[in-house]
Design a protein around this ligand. Structure first.
Ligand code: PHE
Length: 336
């Protein structure tokens, strides 16, 4: 009986079932009321009692084996039947996959990164959730500076906030690396401003930092001029207006000639022929000291620009809110 069981297991394992007729044949032969398994269980009744336990177990193995072969073949036939139903016209053209477009903010950001990379600026990024030290104190922004006011800064707790500019990334770099340092820091920043066509509570900046021996204001001006011409065209000129930032001294506001009206005066430049695109200056020695950089040996310049501002100008968009609404009709217009 043992041999017979083994023989059946071998036979059924090697069987190839290709269609439903063969499956039915298999069922009748092995699992049917007059089938092989039935015969075996009949024969089992005559097995002497002392062998009943052993043979019984073997018979159960045989039974589940045969049932397994049957059910797996049945399933396989069902699946292939489903797959072979051709109920569509294979000659019809397929649904085209629409190509996405890059977000205008990403396009401008990447363009800025490329321009600065050509003159040796690396890219650095840092956390959007910052501490007071990196966002303000190290940047020589005293306790009572208006920029710290609750209405400008989103505080998470007393010491933790959403960065209001990407300058803290520069502090982190200066704390950890020895000069020369030449980086730009693109990223998202947050300010608690009333949302309007011109301002939003979240926007993007590209800030830059160059620290080395003998870095001068002329280097800063030349760098910004190079950037402006690469970004807006060779006819563009820049203007630096004296200004104030706690972390730079002297500080300036960066204007470019309005290329929309070619300096004749239009609503975008409010008739002045110039538009502001950022701030800049020579890194205040106090900032270098805060980062343990020798301010007798090294000087540096820094600048910061808003990506939205540049994108608005370049694409002639009149509402900053469009950048965050993710309306595909707007986004589709920008090739990638
Ligand atoms: N951090 C300034 C801002 O966010 C921009 C800036 C950067 C100004 C570097 C001067 C120098 O407004």
């Amino acid at each position: 009986m043992k041999d017979k069981i083994e023989q059946i297991i071998q036979d059924t394992s090697a069987i190839l079932i290709k269609n439903n007729a063969q499956l039915e044949e298999f069922r009748i032969k092995y699992l049917g009321t007059k089938g092989v398994l039935k015969d075996m269980f009949d024969a089992f009744k005559l097995v002497p009692n002392e062998n009943k336990k052993e043979y019984g177990q073997l018979l159960n193995v045989l039974k589940s084996h045969v049932e397994y072969i049957f059910s797996t073949n049945k399933e396989a036939l069902e699946v292939s039947a489903e797959n072979s139903v051709v109920d569509f016209d294979v000659t019809m053209p397929g649904t085209p996959l629409e190509l996405g477009a890059r977000h205008p903010i990403s396009i401008i950001k990447n363009e800025m990164i490329e321009i600065f990379a050509r003159i040796g600026f690396a890219v650095a990024e840092g956390p959007e959730i910052e501490d007071d030290w990196h966002n303000f104190t190290a940047l020589n922004t005293p306790e009572d500076h208006p920029a710290r006011d609750m209405q400008d800064t989103f505080y998470i707790n007393e010491n933790t906030l959403l960065r209001t500019h990407t300058s803290p990334v520069q502090i982190r770099l200066m704390e950890n690396e020895a000069p020369p340092i030449r980086v730009i820091t693109p990223g998202r920043v947050y300010r608690n401003e009333t949302i309007s066509a011109r301002a939003h509570c979240t926007f993007h900046q590209v800030e830059g930092l160059y620290i080395n021996e003998n870095v001068s204001f002329a280097d800063l001006k030349q760098t910004l001029l190079y950037f402006a011409k690469e970004m807006f065209g060779q006819n563009v000129e820049i203007r630096l207006r004296p200004s104030f930032f706690p972390f730079t001294e002297p500080s300036a506001e960066l204007d470019i000639t309005c290329f929309i009206c070619d300096r004749k005066g239009c609503p975008v430049c409010k008739g002045s022929g110039w538009v502001e695109i950022g701030g800049c200056g020579m890194v205040d020695p106090a900032v270098l000291q805060n980062c343990k950089i020798d301010d007798q040996k090294y000087t540096g310049f820094a600048f910061g620009m808003g990506i939205e501002r540049i994108a608005l100008l370049k694409y002639g968009i009149d509402d900053i809110r469009l950048f965050y609404e993710n309306d595909v009709r707007f986004l589709k217009q920008f090739g990638s």
